[in-house]
Write a protein of this length. Structure first.
Length: 316
């Protein structure tokens, strides 16, 4: 079961704010382990589809909403996959702008995930000055000691921690519904006393690495956060899976398969694409369950195996 998050807000419908839609552009790349050199990342910069589709500055998008908490935030956390450590996202609604960075330092709800962002290394609160490729997210470093990697943290871990931060900030949204394809292209700048500095040894101006190199190839995101009731529920996420097939199953408290099927994503190969699954609740007795989504494995076990994401949920 997932533990309550220190910054978790009651999930609810959020009034739509005036903010332009974001478009998914080409993201800066890295090697298969998600840990390319800075120059490789810089050579393939993320770009906004157009200036009129970029997000509004955070100061505008959160006017009047920061105190109440009006943001949809998906902090990205680290989980194990057949391809090594990758990033998975958790959805939180009703979040204040000053809490976004704190989610990464506090750690995830899901016990299968972890965070590489050190507690106390960042100052809560962030902003977006300008829009699209003309703007940048700014994050304040707690003190000069965090400009370098702490003892025991590898260079690969530091780069992945920064990717947690970049992907989390670039996917902050407002509105009632979360769009898993919406992302800003604005880089993330690290500041200390108003000056740009390194963070964990990674230069300021960090950009998103290619999603297929740094994100998990399947992720369950929506539909399982509240106790489920009624006849059906829709579970949603993203995946890049062979022939767009996303096998899924529901396990009971003893780990037995209660029901299973597959979803079809909107695409595959070049990006993570949205998928959804209609879950028939009539076959589930009240109790605790686990939803398991995976990538298809055309190798029949000869390859590295499927990427898997699980979410615990309750049926009333």
């Amino acid at each position: 079961m997932r533990r309550p998050h220190p910054r978790h807000r009651m999930r609810r419908a959020i009034p739509t704010l005036a903010v332009a839609a974001l478009a998914l552009g080409g993201l800066a790349g890295c090697g298969d382990d998600g840990t390319s050199d800075a120059e490789d990342t810089a050579s393939d910069t993320a770009s906004a589809t157009a200036s009129d589709t970029a997000s509004a500055p955070a100061s505008e998008a959160t006017d009047g909403a920061e105190a109440a908490g009006e943001l949809l935030v998906t902090p990205f956390y680290v989980g194990e996959t057949p391809h090594g450590p990758r990033l998975f996202r958790e959805l939180h609604a009703g979040v204040a702008a000053t809490d976004v960075v704190g989610f990464l330092m506090d750690g995830p709800e899901d016990p299968d995930y972890a965070t590489l962002v050190p507690a106390g290394s960042l100052v809560d609160g962030t902003g977006l000055a300008g829009a699209g490729t003309d703007g940048a997210y700014t994050v304040e470093i707690a003190d000069a000691s965090w400009t370098e990697r702490p003892a025991g943290m590898s260079a690969a871990e530091a780069k992945l921690a920064v990717q947690q931060l970049v992907w989390t900030l670039q996917t902050v949204q407002t509105g009632e519904d979360y769009d898993p394809t919406a992302i800003s292209a604005a880089p993330v700048e690290f500041l200390l006393d108003g000056e740009q500095v390194d963070y964990l040894g990674v230069p300021s101006g960090a950009e998103a690495q290619k999603e297929l190199n740094v994100l998990a190839l399947v992720n369950v995101i929506t539909g399982l956060d509240e106790p489920l009731s009624g006849d059906s529920a829709t579970v949603g996420g993203v995946a890049s899976s062979f022939e767009a097939t996303v096998p899924w199953q529901v396990l009971d408290a003893d780990g037995a398969d209660v029901t299973d099927s597959f979803a079809t994503a909107e695409g595959w190969l070049d990006h993570l694409y949205p998928w959804s699954a209609d879950l028939d609740l009539s076959v589930l007795e009240p109790g605790e369950y686990t939803f398991v989504a995976a990538t298809a494995d055309p190798s029949d076990g000869e390859g590295p195996g499927p990427t898997v994401d699980t979410k615990a949920f309750t049926v009333e």
